[in-house]
Design a protein around this ligand. Sequence first.
Ligand code: NAD
Length: 259
Amino acid sequence: MDVPVDSDLARVRSFIDEAQRIVVLTGAGISTESGIPDFRGPQGVWTRDPAAEKLSNLQHYMADPDVRRRAWQARLQHEAWDAQPNAGHRALVTLERAGKLDTLITQNIDGLHQRAGSSPARIVEIHGTIHEVVCMQCGERGPMSGALARVRKGELDPACFTCGGILKSATISFGQALVAADLRRADQAARGCDLLFAIGSSLKVFPIAGVVPVAKDADARVVIVNGEATEMDALADAVLHGVLGELLPTLVSGLISTS
Ligand code: NAD
């Protein structure tokens, strides 16, 4: 991994100082230091076990009770329940308190940005949240904790209490449409920003990775911060490779809180 030199960091810091409306897109990489593995990084869940991808596919989930039972067992064991926000999440809180952050678009479902102190009103959870369940038939939502308690008591595939439909975590599975209003909000934020950071994402998951070229086309500066090269490095004004929990606090150090 190339380690950024001080002049790269200073240049990106000058971008932050000059910016007034920053949009940040985060991916699974910002939460690995909190103990939640990503999917496609070197230690990613799918890198190590390609068959695990099936559990995240809507078609398989809806059609196959065995996939649902395995998905519920995986949810019971999910690292998000015990995870704590890390220095990378906290750096984005600093950016917000400095009055710089317009919108935080996260692909993550773990809720760690909110736990770190980012304002829920500024966050777009574009791939949903694991902290709620939704009925795929009637759309009723409820807390994940209640559904997991039922699984612990022996229900292998708990059904919706209201209509008997299939329950799923309120996350966007592969093959499932995004919430149109969330995608619109993310797109508008990218069009209106003057600096976009893409952080801890392979930028392979569309349509949300598309906010990066959208911001570029709208004349915003684009900075990619990740542990390895991404699909979109070529269009970025700066690319920083390194460990997020070290790089992000360095980038925001000394920013003065306006709130
Ligand atoms: P990804 O797995 O495709 O890519 C993550 C990237 O982060 C990789 O390039 C990896 O090298 C990098 N990375 C990992 N840890 C890092 C660190 N400490 N410092 C610097 N770089 C680091 O992730 P994605 O682009 O977000 O796509 C995965 C999809 O899976 C997302 O849509 C998301 O919804 C979901 N997901 C979410 C979580 C979560 O909520 N924490 C975890 C896994 C997957």
